[in-house]
Design a protein around this ligand. Structure first.
Ligand code: PMP
Length: 404
């Protein structure tokens, strides 16, 4: 196991105080804090290397290009993809899902065709498909869940028919913490000849993901949730699919040759990367993946699952506590409500105690509707959180509860 106190020293922000109290940062599902190694690598690249990538013959441009393409190899290794041609840099999970919805929808979906999503999707994986719905008249079919927050696999199987074109489902719910059985879901989809996009925004930061073992067709994640910078993300796509999808945006980098009469496109991944990429952010992302890989994704998972179970046990002892999300396989997110205390009041008062949690619908309004609530309070854990911080959260909730 890694030394948590040593690890915390890599994150200067964790030494901050807010309102005169030590910061307890439990909003990690929204974004995580960054280790020095990431920020320093980016500063170093701006100070010592900076030049636009791919186009230059000069020294700096070649060095920047090498760093950028080395980052792609680091991502390939992190996901165990077959080739770097399968790693597309985007701005984040949202853009990755929009890219697939838009390009796949354009090429392979017609009026009346169907996409299967689940009841626990983030808006990114709902609205992207609704944009295709508006353009092409496709239908969204929704996998229901039980009251513990587990998808109903029998109902999932029943949704397949001759109009099903793609399944797009979250790996881990950002509200319930449910880890969905995506390996099995992919097997079922493939048995129907249907490809699967996995939203990995809440899985990639927390446990090892192997896209070949999953056999997913697409996998999306965000740099900023995996200790990297904001504004960078990844779309993994099987080469056979990326080859067949039309481009997403037009511009420099994504072309073969251009004339006013006829333009040809570059091969993937560049076909999907129009314009100057955020080549400094890709370096930051690579250093972040190096960082978590050095600690070990399996170690991170053991630590965070321990914190999650500890938090669930501790919070359940609080009178009036309602945990939303009781799935058997539960990752580093705990959503709750206490008595009839409004989630916003709970969040605001915890903040005054130095405890940062998230409140509201968490970009999952249809899920809130299913749960019959307007919003929840959400505590979410990262590799640097401690049991003492969970205790601080529990004691904070008890203090706030006593005020009502
Ligand atoms: N999907 C899930 C499950 C998420 O938790 C999030 C982030 N809250 C997203 C998609 C969107 O990620 P981003 O805002 O980084 O694009």
């Amino acid at each position: 196991m890694y030394d948590i106190e040593e690890v915390r020293k890599d994150f200067p922000i964790l030494r901050r105080e807010v309102y005169g109290r030590p910061l307890v940062y439990l909003d990690n599902a929204a974004t995580v804090q960054k280790p020095r190694q990431v920020v320093e690598a980016m500063a170093d690249e701006y100070y010592n290397v900076n030049a636009n990538v791919h186009r230059g013959v000069h020294f700096l441009s070649q060095q920047a290009t090498e760093l950028h393409e080395a980052a792609r190899e680091t991502v390939r290794r992190f996901l165990n993809a077959r080739s770097t041609a399968e790693i597309v840099f985007t701005r984040g999970t949202t853009e990755s899902i929009n890219l697939v919805a838009s390009c796949f929808g354009e090429a392979f979906m017609r009026e009346g065709d169907e996409v299967i999503v689940s009841e626990m999707e983030h808006h990114a994986n709902i609205v992207s498909w609704q944009l295709v719905q508006a353009r092409k008249g496709i239908r969204l079919r929704v996998i229901p869940m039980n009251d513990r927050g587990e998808l109903l696999m029998d109902e999932y199987e029943k949704l397949f028919n001759e109009r099903t074109r793609i399944v797009s489902v979250t790996h881990v719910s950002n509200v319930l913490g449910t880890v969905n059985p995506v390996r099995r879901m992919i097997e079922i989809a493939h048995a129907h000849g249907v490809p699967v996009l996995v939203d990995g925004a809440q899985s990639a930061p927390h446990f090892a993901v192997d896209v070949q073992a999953l056999d997913c067709d697409f996998f999306a994640f965000s740099g900023h949730k995996v200790y990297g910078p904001t504004g960078i993300g990844v779309l993994y796509g099987k080469e056979s699919w990326l080859d067949r999808l039309p481009p997403y945006m037009g511009g420099g980098e994504m072309i073969g040759h251009v004339s006013f009469e006829h333009t040809t496109f570059a091969a993937p991944p560049l076909k999907f990367e129009a314009g100057t990429p955020d080549y400094v952010a890709t370096t930051g992302l690579a250093r972040a993946l190096d960082y978590v890989s050095r600690l070990g994704m399996d170690q991170i998972q053991v630590h965070e699952r321990d914190l999650t179970h500890y938090a669930l046990e501790r919070l359940r002892r609080i009178p009036g506590m309602r945990i939303l999300g009781e799935a058997a396989e539960h990752d580093a997110v705990v959503s709750f409500l206490v008595g009839n205390i409004h989630h916003l009041d709970m969040g605001t008062l915890l903040d005054r105690l130095g405890i940062a949690v998230r409140t509201g619908h968490h970009c999952a309004e249809p899920l809130m509707h299913r749960l019959g609530v307007e919003g929840t309070v959400r505590a979410s854990f990262a590799l640097y959180n401690t049991r003492a911080e969970v205790d601080a959260l529990a004691e904070g909730i008890e203090r706030v509860s006593a005020m009502f």
